[in-house]
Design a protein around this ligand. Structure first.
Ligand code: SF4
Ligand code: SF4
Length: 366
């Protein structure tokens, strides 16, 4: 059974502030054991798409960076470029987005380096020979770093149900070619009965793959399966052509994690913030209201256990009125499944099967 350390967010004195909690979690979970003196430590995070406002606060990530520095490591902030042509699809735009969101020296004592370079082509290819992927392709900086600290924002996700540590690591580090491979089965389909022809999906499509003439029509040749349109549709009229594709994409993400983690045994740690749990991830250029109250912070050496624990905490919470979950209020109901009709446990089951961690965990509250 893996250990997952948890700190809630109640505080009534300075010693209980969030940076103090991050420091204690870092120590108790043994995250300092994942790197040595002078080691280059990749702090994998998500800087937030321009326009979103619920991405991880840089002050949180800054407290993790401070702990790495105190432990003798050399941290750098990192993420790979996006597949879709938004505000983070090349290293220049990506770094500008990071700076505008506060990921910069006055706030965080570490430089930002885009893991897959200027155009998302600086990748390494690692052979995994698994069910979906023969090889995985991900940002070279992730491969060359001595250690990785995966600092994640737990929230909903249109394709995978939720985005936590596994998704941050596997999809997040995927290079452009890697992300394309993970997404390529997830082509969307339009439900004509629901489509009102409003055109919002066409405006959100980075590939200009949607034409709207009374109803939306998707050009499957141009579509990369990025999922932006189904997040944007206000009528819930866009979804996967094949529901199995949402299981396959979760399993591909796990195979990417497998490849990224190869050769890094004992050199990767995880911290997850279960705050601002929005229905969608931090990739759209907007943020909806969080669907449950802020819950807390988790730390572990096990990516499966930390994701399972975060999902359990969210599902145990009550849904918040006036949000996308207001019709699913009861504590104990599956909030994630209520947001997206997908079996989100597929990623955890497959990750456990591949030996990446355990779904059984002991939650140790500080
Ligand atoms: S956003 Fe939804 S409702 Fe509007 S045109 Fe696209 S599919 Fe139809
Ligand atoms: S049609 Fe939808 S899934 Fe395909 S590229 Fe456009 S926004 Fe992405």
């Amino acid at each position: 059974m893996s250990k997952v350390y948890f700190a809630g967010l109640r505080a009534d004195r300075q010693s209980q502030n969030v940076p103090s909690k991050i420091r204690r979690l870092f120590e108790e979970a043994g995250l300092g054991s994942t790197f040595g003196n002078e080691d280059l430590v990749a702090v994998k995070t998500h800087f937030g798409e321009p326009g979103s406002t619920t991405f991880l606060r840089p002050q949180f990530v800054g407290a993790v960076v401070d702990m790495i520095r105190q432990g003798g490591g050399k941290p750098f902030l990192t993420d790979s470029n996006t597949l879709y042509l938004g505000g983070r699809s090349n290293a220049v735009d990506h770094l500008i987005a990071a700076v505008r969101h506060g990921y910069t020296y006055p706030v965080i004592d570490a430089p930002a380096i885009i893991a897959d370079g200027l155009l998302g082509k600086d990748e390494v290819e690692v052979e995994v020979d698994l069910k979906h992927c023969r090889t995985v392709k991900f940002g070279a900086a992730a491969h060359h770093a001595s250690s990785i600290l995966v600092v994640s924002h737990f929230k909903g996700h249109a394709m995978t149900g939720f985005g936590g540590a596994l998704k941050n690591l596997g999809m997040g580090f995927g290079s452009r070619a890697g992300k394309l491979e993970m997404h390529k089965l997830a082509h969307p389909a339009v439900d004509e009965d629901r489509c009102t022809g409003c055109g919002i999906c066409a405006q959100s499509c980075p590939q200009s793959a949607i034409d709207v003439d009374k109803k939306a029509v998707i050009d499957t040749e141009r579509c990369t399966g990025c999922g932006e349109c189904w997040v944007a549709c206000p009528c819930d009229a866009i979804g996967p052509q094949d529901p199995q594709s949402l299981i396959d994409i979760q399993e591909k993400i796990v195979e990417y994690c497998y490849g990224i983690l190869e050769g890094k045994k004992g050199r990767v740690g995880y911290m997850t913030f279960v705050v601002d749990v929005t229905p969608h991830c931090d990739c759209p250029g907007w943020s909806d209201l969080p669907v449950v109250p802020d819950i807390g912070i988790l730390a572990s050496l096990d990516p499966v256990a930390i994701d399972q624990a975060a999902a359990d905490l969210v599902n145990r919470a009550g849904g918040l009125e006036g949000t996308q979950l207001s019709h699913h209020l009861a504590p104990g109901e599956d909030k994630i499944r209520a947001l997206v009709d997908v079996d989100w446990t597929a990623q955890l089951r497959y990750a456990e099967e591949l030996g990446l961690g355990s779904r059984k965990y002991e939650l140790i509250e500080l």
